[in-house]
Design a protein around this ligand. Structure first.
Ligand code: AHM
Ligand code: MG
Length: 335
């Protein structure tokens, strides 16, 4: 059979241009996509370029930074600062926000985790980039307060999975969720998944969490996971330990991902601005539920939380309705 060659490639750039009349947003998405292509190159050549291992620094949360963490962070900061459309950047790798100099400043505020899944970097297991985009508040010249707002103000969120293929998934506020695969032969992300939605019937029965923490979990979380291990029809346990990979699988196959609050980490582990909010927006707009579980005495949407600082943490229970409801049922039982 003769090979077909696409002369009308549906690229990410084309999709963004068709989806918005905001030229600055087109520039921003282009800068993010370009950063992720350069990070792809760094991730794929890490062994050859001797980029595995620690850089000898710690990040905002006190974690040891890997060489690839720092490199990916520099790649994103340089692209976003020079895009001319950003005023404030918050990165997992920088304790303080980055305020873009006046001459290059624009209307967007971007929070990102440049290379999420740090524990998987050195063993060539999937890692990812996560980002959320806010617009400056009216009248603001761009301060950190523009980002210290709930997910209701997030205008665009996405992630990129660096895996057997490189895939970007993103959504504009209120829109559908779309997936784009990086075609290395043309260096472009190509639209491959249109309107991503959780499987209607709940999909595969999969639970995904670091069960090594179960000793510190609340009873309701312990009971939920025990329920998933039903002896007649047990769920499968799948946990990569890279949020991007675990969430991507959860949307595509179904199931539930949990990183709950526990006695050791009462606010959970994951960070609200560049892990919780962007993933919650994608999950909800793909038809799932993104909840905190029981947090400060009530069950809340992750998108309703307001960060009190740029590296604020949040508990996360995300997935299809069938499976998150099973956890809610255990909270109800516990009263
Ligand atoms: P990181 O940003 O330092 O990589 O931490 C976030 C990661 C998530 O990708 C992942 O879901 C989680 O931490 C794994 O944590 P743990 O190793 O405690 O299971
Ligand atoms: Mg990280």
């Amino acid at each position: 059979m003769a090979e077909t060659f696409d002369v009308d490639t549906p690229t990410l750039n084309r999709f963004v241009m068709a989806s918005t009349h905001d030229h600055d947003l087109v520039i921003l998405m282009n800068a993010i996509a370009t950063s992720c292509k350069i990070i792809t190159s760094a991730v794929q050549r890490a062994g050859i370029s001797k980029l595995y291992g620690l850089a000898g620094e710690t990040n905002s949360t006190g974690d040891d930074q890997k060489k690839l963490d720092i490199l990916s962070n520099d790649i994103m900061i340089n692209a976003l600062v020079n895009s001319g459309v950003c005023s404030v950047l918050v990165s997992e790798e920088n304790e303080d926000p980055i305020i873009v100099p006046a001459g290059k400043s624009g209307k967007f505020c971007v929070a990102f985790d440049p290379l999420d899944g740090s524990s998987n970097i050195d063993c060539n297991v999937s890692v990812g980039t996560i980002f959320s985009v806010y617009e400056r508040s009216p009248g603001s010249g761009g301060t950190v307060d523009d980002l210290l707002r709930s997910g209701a103000h997030c205008i665009c969120a996405g992630y990129v999975a660096y895996s057997s293929a490189v895939e970007m998934v993103f959504t504009f506020r209120g829109g559908d969720v779309h997936g784009f695969c990086l075609d290395s032969t043309i260096g472009e992300f190509v639209h491959t998944r249109v309107k991503m939605m959780f499987p209607e019937d709940g999909g595969k029965k999969i639970y995904s969490c670091n069960e090594g923490n179960s000793h510190w979990w609340d009873q309701a979380i312990k009971d939920s996971v025990e329920t998933f291990k039903d002896e007649k029809n047990p769920y499968a346990a799948r946990y990569v330990g890279s949020m991007v990979a675990d969430i991507h699988r959860t949307i595509l196959y179904g199931g539930i991902y949990l990183y709950p609050a526990d006695a050791k980490s009462p606010k959970g582990k994951l960070r609200l601005l560049y892990e919780g909010i962007p993933m919650a927006m994608i999950i909800e707009q793909a038809g799932g539920i993104a909840s905190t579980g029981m947090f400060n005495g009530k069950i809340q949407r992750v998108l309703d939380l307001v960060p009190d600082e740029i590296h604020a943490k949040c508990p996360i229970i995300m997935g299809g309705k069938r499976d998150v409801q099973a956890v809610y049922d255990q909270f109800t039982k516990q009263g």
